[in-house]
Write a protein that binds this ligand. Structure first.
Ligand SMILES: [Zn+2]
Length: 472
């Protein structure tokens, strides 16, 4: 049993007034709200760091499951009540600590926001204390943990926002949000950007909603809806014993981003090649341009960014194809329930030689591999498929049929040219020929079942002198 989480973003409409976007005043309110919440968080962070003994207090905890009483660390809920008791003036408790009067410092602060801020501050303060403690234990001189900053994306608990999704026309959805105008707390409506995937993901079965977060950037604002799902999947060790087990192996490459093979009963059942659709070439051309500009303009100025739009374009393209490739891998997995997804452990490749743009392009291709690996694992786990990494030793060099060391070759003008970088694979022992990436992908299955690809080492015995004598 495990748990997985995912985020669905809902963009607030910050386009121009004419196209129905939020007006400038309301945008200022969002900024002001984030600032005052940060200030309040700072207040409570300082408060908890001044009362560290309370944070690590040991109290008697009653277990919810078994009902037994044992000693444990004070819970965040109890701490929250305690902190409110100390800092907030109420009818029952008219005298908060003189130096820590929250109501005086932040008049009219909504209770829900205050609680979310306190919870945040508890988490941050505890994290800091824990890190400091382990730093003291380690006895290192360097690397002392810094005091946490108070800024964070505000979490919107129920009571601080409502999402009005018009049943008839989802294009007109509004977010009703309690914001700070600089003087008072008011409710405001923010139009959101229509997104047909949002509703689908929000109402999908099995996903439990968590409190959303407001993420305010330079250009726009987003609402991040976090959902969690409980996953029940078999352990790899158990699945490995199953003779009916289906394994899905993935070989990540540059031109074919992923070669996916499905194997059951020792046979390959299905294969899928996911092409990069010319991404590598396209990216190379952009990077060549970047490299040329860098060469023309000389040494980069520190603290200044160059070619920002070009880099953003490259990043977006990489991320997009990573998501699409990962999706393709998961689609294959979903056809075989209970299968195991196998990846090669990613190698640390240091590319040397070639032009600057070529090296840059290789670097990006490697990062893309890592991203596909990560995303595919996450997406697969969300649909109940466990993934495993195997030793990448020799997967692209040995024959997947007989295990002999093979050669790479390619056809050029009808001529067979042997050499590294050839996209085809040939085995000199069994004369098996196939696409090199396909061969590697099949080897990944074998790697999973027996630890490493089988190497049949046929040592050629040198004939003894007596044998020569017999021949002649
Ligand atoms: Zn062979």
């Amino acid at each position: 049993m495990g748990q997985t989480a995912r985020t669905t973003k809902l963009l607030l409409d910050f386009s121009g007034r004419a196209s129905g976007g939020t007006n400038a005043g309301k945008r200022e309110h969002l900024r002001a709200t984030v600032d005052i919440l940060n200030a309040a968080r700072r207040f409570y962070l300082d408060f908890f760091l001044a009362h560290t003994e309370k944070l690590t207090d040991r109290v008697e905890v009653i277990s919810k499951k078994t009902g037994e009483i044992r000693e444990g660390i004070i819970s965040a809920d109890v701490l929250l009540t305690w902190a409110e008791f100390q800092t907030v003036e109420t009818a029952d408790h008219p005298t908060p600590l003189p130096d820590w009067n929250f109501a005086q410092a932040f008049p009219g602060f909504p209770t829900r926001y205050r609680r979310s801020v306190i919870k945040d501050a508890i988490g941050k303060a505890r994290g800091y204390l824990k890190a400091t403690k382990s730093w003291h234990v380690s006895g290192k001189k360097k690397g002392r943990p810094g005091v946490p900053t108070a800024s964070n994306n505000p979490t919107l608990y129920a009571g601080t926002f409502t999402l009005d999704l018009d049943e008839l026309d989802l294009r007109k959805s509004f977010l009703r949000l309690k914001v700070y105008t600089g003087t008072a707390w008011v409710w405001r409506h923010y139009p959101t950007v229509y997104n047909r995937f949002f509703e689908r993901r929000r109402t999908e079965a099995g996903w439990e909603p968590e409190s959303p977060q407001l993420v305010l950037g330079k250009q726009g604002a987003e609402l991040h809806f976090v959902q969690t799902k409980t996953i029940s999947a078999k352990k790899i060790v158990e699945s490995k014993q199953d003779p009916e087990l289906v394994t899905v192996a993935v070989d990540l490459n540059v031109k074919f981003l992923a070669v996916i093979t499905v194997r059951q009963h020792g046979r390959i059942q299905a294969t899928r090649f996911v092409s990069d659709k010319g991404l590598d070439q396209h990216r190379y051309r952009h990077l060549k341009r970047v490299a040329k500009k860098q060469w023309q303009s000389g040494k980069a100025v520190k603290g200044e960014r160059s070619n920002q739009q070009l880099w953003a374009h490259v990043r977006r393209q990489n991320l997009d194809s990573a998501h699409k490739t990962a999706r393709a891998i998961v689609e294959v997995c979903e056809q075989y329930p209970g299968c195991v997804l196998i990846f090669e452990r990613l190698r640390k490749i240091k590319r040397k030689g070639g032009s600057t743009s070529r090296r840059l392009n290789r670097k990006h291709a490697n990062q893309l591999k890592g991203k596909i690996n990560q995303l595919a694992k996450e997406k697969a786990y969300a649909s109940g498929v466990v993934s495993v990494e195997v030793n990448p030793h020799g997967t692209s060099q040995y024959c997947s049929r007989c295990g002999c060391l093979g050669v790479r070759f390619t056809y050029q003008a009808g001529q067979r040219i042997t050499g590294r970088g050839g996209k085809l694979f040939a085995c000199p022992a069994c004369h098996y020929e196939c696409h090199a990436d396909f061969n590697a992908s099949v080897n990944v299955h074998l790697s999973f079942f027996r630890g490493a690809p089988r190497k049949r080492q046929r040592r050629v015995r040198k004939p003894r002198l007596s044998e020569y004598l017999v021949c002649t």
